[in-house]
Write a protein that binds this ligand. Structure first.
Ligand code: ZN
Length: 212
């Protein structure tokens, strides 16, 4: 199956079941993933056949496909399909882009906000596409620093901008729920490219947009 076909299948089928949908016990989504989830349930001492868990393998398989659907998406396609020529020289900043990702060490969620700025070089991109580029890389197993860099590099490359800045703030459930159990700490990462890396005034201007 091509990546596109696979993505279409994932997105069409991975929505979370609502109470309005009649759930059928016979529905099969992905035999292998479902049987792996069933094994995990058994290993932690659960009974995968009890009422509340009977459809859990199916739901987990769908959720996992959705949460990792970024592997089948292309930032280049998203950006190139929404770029237009515009003689804008001023910095463009998109703040507070909500994102959800999963840490590759524990496969537990981390989530927060991304702030993206760029200095156009004759080309601008639809603002909603900036958020979609964040999703392309967030919906994979990640470490926050790499996620931040990948968003910056994709925009820099495909927008051919004078510069790109990305700041991400996130809470990591693997820190909050286990390990050090630091519930209130957030992690901030940043990636500066081009003018944002070379010129401290450009960087300062971007940072001033992030303060209220
Ligand atoms: Zn982790």
């Amino acid at each position: 199956m091509s990546d596109k076909a696979r993505l279409a299948r994932v997105l069409a089928r991975s929505h979370y079941a609502t109470s309005f949908e009649a759930e059928s016990d016979e529905e099969v989504y992905d035999v292998r993933k479902e049987s792996l989830v069933r094994s995990i349930l058994t290993e932690i001492g659960e009974d995968p056949d009890r009422e509340g868990l009977r459809r859990t393998p199916l739901r987990v398989a769908k959720a996992l496909d959705f949460l990792t659907s970024g592997y089948h998406m292309s930032a280049e396609e998203i950006i190139k399909g929404a770029v237009f020529e515009e003689n804008v020289k001023e910095m463009v900043v998109v703040r507070d882009i909500e994102f959800y990702s999963m840490c590759e060490h524990h496969m537990l969620p981390f989530f927060g906000h991304a702030h993206v700025g760029y200095l156009p070089n004759g080309k601008v991109v639809g603002l909603s596409k900036v958020a979609r580029v964040v999703d392309v890389f967030a919906r994979r197993l990640q470490v926050q620093e790499r996620l931040t860099n990948q968003v910056a590099d994709a925009l820099m490359e495909h927008l051919e901008a004078h510069g790109v800045a990305v700041v991400m703030e996130a809470s990591h459930t693997c820190m909050m729920m286990r390990g050090v159990q630091k519930q209130r700490s957030t992690t901030v990462s940043s990636a500066m490219r081009g003018a944002f890396e070379e010129d401290s005034r450009t960087r300062a201007e971007f940072m001033s947009f992030l303060r209220d």
